[in-house]
Design a protein around this ligand. Sequence first.
Ligand SMILES: [Zn+2]
Length: 283
Amino acid sequence: MAKAKVSKELSVEEKLQAMFRLQKVDSEIDKIKILRGELPLEVEDLEDEIAGLQTRVEKLETELNDNETAIKNKMIEIDEANVLIKKYEEQQNNVRNNREFDALSKEVEFQKLEIELCEKRIREFKAKVEELKQSLENSKALIEDRKEGLELKKVELESITQETQKEEDDLRLESEKISKTIEERLLTAYNRIRSGARNGLSVVTVERDACGGCFNKIPPQRQLDIRMRNRITVCEYCGRILVDKDIEIPLVELEKQLQLEREKAEEAKAKRTKRRTSRAKKA
Ligand SMILES: [Zn+2]
């Protein structure tokens, strides 16, 4: 589904919270992928290599067949030449003159040369056959070796996948669910930043006055803007979306907490003043 249906218009704060949650879920998926590491790629590489070797073996086998057929053909040619030689030699017994005899001798000579040529070609084809057989053997051994490696990697990958599959499936569902609440434009931006970032982080919190993605300092005014949650702010260095580290707590809740803290502070202050006045009275 390309177009996600956004049921109600979210506030900027809610959008930021949704993206932050999406980031958390996607980062969990990333962690599982890291756990699997290079294994899926290694399996793929081995499968490609084996396929390539199998194509090579097929080609070598065709070439080998062609050369063996060529040898057979040359041997047939030799047989045919021998038949002719025998025929000419018999004819020489019945010649009427020297001219006819010489002509037949030339034919015999020619056929003998043909045979020599065929023998030379056969030697060449045989050398080629040996070479091809060697290559074929090497390629087949290589295939066996790679197949063994592939089996090991597959078993390893499968055991890791089995352990994490359920978790990953759940996370993917969750990621999809959250994605559907985010408008397409923002989701596109989120995905673009995420795929461009090496650690897969698209939404980061402000940590110790710095961007949690690239660790560059963020000016106080900008930090204040981020805390206000009125608009989407991106880091001017790395382009990641910035949120305050309390983003999961709604602003109203934060304000309540702040209010409570202020009240407590006031109370404490009042108590201190009271104690001081009573001490002053006693004195
Ligand atoms: Zn940054």
